[in-house]
Design a protein around this ligand. Structure first.
Ligand code: MN
Length: 198
């Protein structure tokens, strides 16, 4: 039985950059539906007792398990996404070791954000943009639909949901404005540094 993870902050904590209305729909409707569908699709099978990560691994690339993969991937990606964000009023400096690594691999924090925005804007249709560790190097990648970074032999540090349900109420078609607002105001840098082992 898979369960919906609670948000690590209040529904209105990300406003004005992401509204309470968006968060209630995104978490309580979209994320919940992925959990419910995953439970329905795995009920009575050996997958029901597996970890979410294992369900993703065994269903990836299996045509007869596409529904399971899509819902499991979306549950995992949303669980991870919520942890990547911090309340809008929480002041947080980037940990020095992480900033040093970003400066080394991208030239500057600003350049990293430019590259992240470019990749996030270039995801055609639904998907996710990620900051990852590929070996020893920070990289920006994107995945389509429910695909998830760890399947690509990288360690995910941060993700942004660029499905339209993530931003359309607040930003309509302006995905770029949504990306800017999150990168400049809502990134949980402590979580990112922890994921990177820094
Ligand atoms: Mn979403």
């Amino acid at each position: 039985m898979f369960t919906l993870k609670s948000l690590p902050y209040a529904y209105n904590a990300l406003a004005p950059h992401i509204s309470e209305q968006t968060m209630r729909l995104h978490h309580d409707k979209h994320h919940q539906t992925y959990v419910d569908n995953l439970n329905k699709l795995t009920e009575g099978t050996s997958l029901a007792a597996m970890s979410l990560v294992d369900v993703i691994k065994v269903s990836a690339g299996q045509a007869n398990k596409a529904g399971i993969f899509n819902n499991a991937g979306q549950v995992y990606n949303h669980d991870f996404f919520w942890d990547c964000l911090r309340p809008a009023d929480q002041v947080m400096a980037i940990p020095a070791a992480l900033l040093e690594k970003i400066n080394h691999d991208f030239g500057s924090l600003e350049q990293m954000m430019v590259e992240f925005k470019t990749i996030a804007l270039s995801q055609f249709g639904s998907g996710w943009a990620w900051l990852v560790l590929a070996g020893e190097s920070l990289q920006i990648i994107k995945t389509a639909n429910a695909d998830t970074a760890f399947l690509h032999d990288v360690n995910p540090l941060f993700t942004l949901d660029v499905w339209e349900h993530s931003y359309y109420l607040d930003y309509q078609n302006r995905r770029g404005d949504f990306i800017d607002a999150v990168l400049n105001n809502l990134v949980n840098w402590d979580f990112v540094a922890n994921q990177a082992g820094l």
